[in-house]
Ligand binder design. Sequence first.
Ligand SMILES: C[S@@+](CC[C@H](N)C(=O)[O-])C[C@H]1O[C@@H](n2cnc3c(N)ncnc32)[C@H](O)[C@@H]1O
Length: 482
Amino acid sequence: MPSVASPVSPARRVAAAVLRRVEDEGAYADRALAGEAARAGLDGREHAFATALAYGAVQRRRTLDHVIARLTRRPPGQLDPPVRDALRLGLLQLIFLDGVAAHAAVDQSVELAKAAGGPGYRLVNAVLRRASREGRRIVEQLDDRTPEGAALRHSVPDWIARMWWESLGPDEARALLARVNQPAESALRVNTLAAEPVAVAAALAGREVAVRPAQLDGRLPGGEGVPDGEGVPGYGGAPGGAAAAVLSLPEGLVADGAFDLRGDPLFADGALLAQSRAAMAAARLLDPQPGERVLDLCAAPGGKTTHLAALMGGSGAVVAVERHPGRAEALRRTCARLRADWTVAVETGDASEPRRDGPFDRVLVDPPCSGLGTLQGRPDLRWRATAESVAELARLQGRILAAGAAALAPGGTLLYVTCTISPDENEGVIEAFLDADPAFALDDLGAELPRLRSRRAPRTLQLLPHRDGTDGFFLARLRRSS
Ligand SMILES: C[S@@+](CC[C@H](N)C(=O)[O-])C[C@H]1O[C@@H](n2cnc3c(N)ncnc32)[C@H](O)[C@@H]1O
């Protein structure tokens, strides 16, 4: 029999397969997408469209299901899963994606439902035709003046919107919620153990990948801490004594749009890796020096471990502790690929246990967290995290911080970092630790980068995706006096 080409575009088929795997198998959307896209052999354009569809439908699930319920008058849970997926994908295109013709969005979802068999395609056709006229208005009418209304409009669980409302205030919380459904910035770090940033930027430009230098702008809109115009490696003293208020990330690059990093020879050579500007700030703010001993608690997959080794110029020692054996093994391979294995010793172990190999000059504590600062790049995370898990994580984070602090030499520096916007896991952990241990004090990072300071604990930093364009990391730097 001659093969019959599917009437559904490859990107939409891949997106539908990802939705199925996320719902049926509890798969992570980013990993399912990588697998399905490779299997289908998607090219760059199709891959970008499949990503927008799959990420968007998973992220905006709550809002899309609200529209489905309005237009079908039944809870989406009562629909056949393939019919519901076809509706979610169709509505996403009609309501939220620019540049997709309405007739294509409707017809392609009808074909997806037909491919699943049964009469459900008729419902898909009727609902999407109505949605092409009314869908945007239904969403625009959702009132985001309360946390619950904003949660429905921007598709997060109520508890996340309430937490951000309380900690950031309504305006900032609404802006953040609007941002968490946008694509994440594509930031890269040049591994200076293997290559020079200028040479890498030139090589990328030769392949028509446009990149720009990376930094974190800590200047207040009013102009506090205006830099002198020079790139300052690390933050701090600009000529004349004024605070630069810009954390420069000389090894960082920001690409205009996504590009196929893993297919690029620079990746295979260990010269380039994906790392957000927020994550790069951690090693930069810890500021390890060549020859020092550094403890890195909770280290896999190793973006920060290898950054520490690179900043130390390959001299000194990093002890990287990771509890999960498979992740520890992957970290060893990453260190070898990035030429950091001379400096880094990976230990499979529990970071909350007391250390016998101290003292260390510097300690990085990057414990497991709820990850709510990374919702743009991890589409299903918002549906996995729970308010209860936050409390449990905060207890573990406190124990790991205490173990790291106990291993620090007098006069040494500790950086506590999370990739979340969750006061109990961030400021709360630091406050409880400082109350219990008078030998430690907070450096005033907020004075150096005032725009980035946390509202609740102004000596610490809380990065915010809508304001800073990068992941929502929390960073606190502690010094041990005795
Ligand atoms: C936030 S991630 C670390 C990211 C890493 N520092 C980087 O920059 O790539 C947290 C890591 O801690 C590990 N982990 C969780 N509990 C741990 C524990 N008690 N001891 C050590 N590692 C732990 C997790 O497996 C995970 O790899």
